[in-house]
Design a protein around this ligand. Structure first.
Ligand code: IDP
Ligand code: MG
Length: 139
């Protein structure tokens, strides 16, 4: 089952800018089933733990500050080839490089405030989903 699931966050910029509905519409239209979803806010410690893999990168402090700055919408999405297909749907990390029609091209404002997270592997999708959701919150 894990191979058909990915994890996403609509980042604080998406929530603040009123794009929750528009982004969920894109996700729905692309054929993903929502297996879990909630609005939540990460603490600084949560964001440090979630992004621990990036702790040595120069942008880590900025990333943690931004990701804990306001509410997000966390979700687990299900579809065949979910991880790869969702990365295509969201587009490149830097919205300036993102393909036309992708979520980041449409809704991101910068490399840091880039609208959405998408897991980069099946293994990380499972880890990230479990970070945010209890078993009884996944359907
Ligand atoms: P991804 O989200 O496309 O997988 P990653 O390289 O995993 O990109 O980086 C995680 C997040 O860190 C990005 O989505 C973005 O918010 C932030 N980030 C990455 N590179 C930079 C940068 O050079 N400056 C500021 N923020 C960055
Ligand atoms: Mg990544």
């Amino acid at each position: 089952m894990a191979t058909n699931r990915t994890f996403t966050m609509l980042k604080p910029d998406s929530v603040k800018n009123g794009y929750i509905g528009a982004i969920l519409e894109k996700i729905n239209a692309a054929g993903f089933r929502i297996a879990a979803m909630k609005m939540t806010q990460m603490t600084v410690a949560d964001a440090q733990a979630f992004y621990a893999v990036h702790s040595e990168r120069p942008f880590f402090g900025e990333l943690v500050e931004f990701m804990s700055s306001g509410p997000i919408v966390a979700a687990i999405l299900e579809k065949n080839n979910a991880v790869e297909d969702f990365r295509v749907l969201i587009g490149a990390t830097n919205p300036a490089d993102a393909a036309e029609g992708t979520i980041r091209k449409l809704y991101a404002t910068s490399m840091g405030e880039n609208a959405v997270h998408g897991s980069d592997s099946d293994e990380n999708a499972a880890i990230e989903g479990a970070f945010h959701f209890a078993g009884r919150e996944m359907f």
